[in-house]
Design a protein around this ligand. Structure first.
Ligand SMILES: NC(=O)C1=CN([C@@H]2O[C@H](COP(=O)(O)OP(=O)(O)OC[C@H]3O[C@@H](n4cnc5c(N)ncnc54)[C@H](OP(=O)(O)O)[C@@H]3O)[C@@H](O)[C@H]2O)[C@@H](O)CC1
Ligand SMILES: Nc1ncnc2c1ncn2[C@@H]1O[C@H](COP(=O)(O)OP(=O)(O)O)[C@@H](O)[C@H]1O
Ligand SMILES: [K+]
Length: 504
């Protein structure tokens, strides 16, 4: 998994690389800049007018090196170095000198007043004012510069991170003093701030540019945060033995549905079956019997004595795992049913949707959840389980605390669903698309988690894989059709291709 390091981790790794590899700081900047320029040249032609804004640290050094390389390649580049305190990093000083040696360098160093150029709408701004070395909020002349950049209509490309955005905590930021980039080309690792929805307007679309920082250094520096990518899947997904039989992949129970919400039960059951489980029993209120038997003929049906809601726990078998929640509704007997379930069944289970709301109204139940169970709240459900927060960074901390305190896995669902583990680690999922913001897609994820636990994956692997395959199924569908037309059933229909893509 790709580690997500903090700003201070990155500067540690920078120093480690320079100390332990045959490369100095100036050449590391050269390498970073040329990686950026290679990508840039593929996208923009030489007629594009480019404005480079550089600061006094190594983000500025990158910017000046990029300006020089683009000039040498025949682009029209105007560069501004902002140096109000007359102090440049060694690398920035060196790359300033190299740029000034270009025959037509169009370079200006600003130490006090800045008269902004007129920037045409179809030009490009390269933002290299501050990177991971930002150490305080931006004020004064730099704030005015950032406001100027944000006021023009040109395309803005941030080097490493938009200037003014901290690599991690941004809770007290002034949004007016952060560059709003269209694209961010970030070196070696994504920054934690990229995974917070509030920051999308600053970061735009982002891409990782590998610059060969020390692999040994990366292993030695500890982080709690990781990004899950394609390459991680082959290591954790296992092949089925030739001699498998349906018992090999478990017999699991899903307790879901109520009058008017049988769709949630059916979607989750279908997703569990498509994810490889051996046998499934679906427990539904009696009004749902015909629906369940018709829509999901592969599942056995256990019928509650209540017509409208699920009120009973019937452990007639030693189920491999149990999933509870989709479409349960909110009803008085719900809490009692969950309490009985948690008392009678002590293996890891999957808890979603209305089961989470019932727990939120009866918080004593949290302590009773079997160890290593997986909870799948979206931000609204998390808020009910914890406290109100609209800040996504704070929400991740809340999910982490919940996971740690109750020894459970908490998947905070969203664009980069975050799996918070009892150990404190958090993995962000990289697949999926905005088409998945549609009713029922959470029920599909829930079913996939039941399916993978049933197949014998441990909860940590099941959580990582279910999110990845769920998003990948959505992406495969969108590659053929469109985000707008994606429905939860389309995700189910593409689980098969997603598994195949993992193995290709
Ligand atoms: N390891 C890697 O991945 C590699 C990283 N590389 C690049 O290095 C970048 C990090 O460089 P960096 O550490 O020199 O810091 P950077 O972001 O340029 O800023 C520091 C300067 O800003 C100043 N300053 C800070 N906050 C301020 C404020 N609010 N308002 C005003 N001033 C403020 C601070 O001044 P001071 O605090 O001393 O007053 C200092 O002068 C990284 O993002 C990437 O682009 C690549 O080149 C190669 C490999
Ligand atoms: N913009 C997005 N990008 C990627 N995945 C998304 C996006 N929006 C939603 N999803 C995924 O879709 C699912 C939605 O779950 P949930 O909010 O519980 O929906 P529902 O309650 O309608 O079933 C989650 O797995 C989430 O990660
Ligand atoms: K920047």
């Amino acid at each position: 998994m790709t580690p997500i390091f903090t700003g201070s981790n990155i500067s540690e790794l920078d120093k480690y690389t320079i100390k332990n590899e045959p490369i100095d700081g100036t050449d590391l900047v050269e390498r970073a800049a040329s990686t950026f320029v290679n990508i840039f040249k593929r996208k923009y032609n030489k007629q594009t007018k480019i404005y480079v804004f550089a600061g006094s640290g190594n983000n500025g050094a990158d910017a000046l090196a990029i300006a020089r390389m683009l000039l040498n390649d025949g682009y029209i580049v105007e560069s501004y170095l902002f140096n109000p305190s007359n102090k440049l990093s060694i690398e920035c000083e060196e790359h300033k000198t190299r740029l000034m040696h270009c025959p037509i360098n169009r370079f200006t160093m600003i130490t006090s007043t800045f008269n902004p150029p007129i920037i045409e709408d179809n030009s490009i701004i390269i933002d290299g004012i501050f990177g991971t070395g930002l150490n305080r909020q931006v004020e004064g002349g730099f704030a005015a510069l950032i406001k100027f950049i944000n006021s023009v209509s040109a395309t803005v490309i941030a080097i490493d991170i938009p200037s003014g955005l901290f690599s991690e905590s941004n809770m007290n930021n002034n949004p007016d003093t952060i560059v709003k980039a269209n694209y961010t080309y970030t070196f070696e690792f994504p920054k934690l701030a990229f995974f917070f929805r509030e920051n999308e307007k600053f970061i735009g679309k982002w891409k990782i540019l590998p610059i060969g920082l020390s692999e040994k250094g990366k292993r030695e520096i500890k982080t709690e945060y990781f990004l899950v990518e394609d390459k991680d899947m082959s290591a954790i997904s296992t092949e089925r033995s030739k001699f498998s039989h349906k018992g090999t992949f478990g017999h699991s129970l899903i307790i879901a549905g109520s009058k008017g919400m049988m769709g949630a039960a059916c979607l989750s059951a279908k997703a569990a079956i498509k994810t490889g489980l051996g046998k499934l029993t679906l427990h539904v209120p009696s009004c749902g019997y015909t629906i369940a038997q018709t829509v999901v003929p592969e599942a056995m049906c256990q019928v509650d004595t209540d017509e409208l809601f699920n009120t009973e726990i019937n452990l007639d078998k030693d189920y491999t795992t149990i999933g509870v929640g989709p479409g349960l509704g909110n009803y008085p007997e719900g809490a009692r049913m969950l309490e009985t379930l948690f008392e009678k069944y002590r293996k890891p289970m999957v808890i979603d949707a209305d089961a989470l709301n019932i727990i939120a109204n009866n918080r004593d139940l949290l302590r009773k959840i079997p160890k290593d169970s997986i909870l799948t709240p979206h931000p609204g459900e998390l808020e009910r389980l914890t406290t109100f927060s609209t800040n996504s960074e704070e929400q991740i901390i809340q999910a982490q605390n919940l996971a740690y305190k109750y020894n459970i896995y908490v998947i905070l669902k969203g664009a980069y669903s975050a799996t918070c583990m009892p150990s404190g680690h958090v993995t962000f999922n990289s697949t999926g698309n905005p088409g998945m913001a549609t009713g029922g897609s959470g029920d599909v994820l829930f079913g996939m988690l039941v399916g993978l636990l049933s197949c014998g994956y441990n909860p940590s692997t099941a959580a990582i894989m279910a999110n990845y395959i769920h998003g990948l199924a959505g992406d495969i569908y969108v590659a053929k059709e469109s985000e707008e037309s994606l429905s939860a059933s389309d995700i189910i229909d593409h689980i098969g291709l997603a598994f195949r893509q993992l193995r290709d």
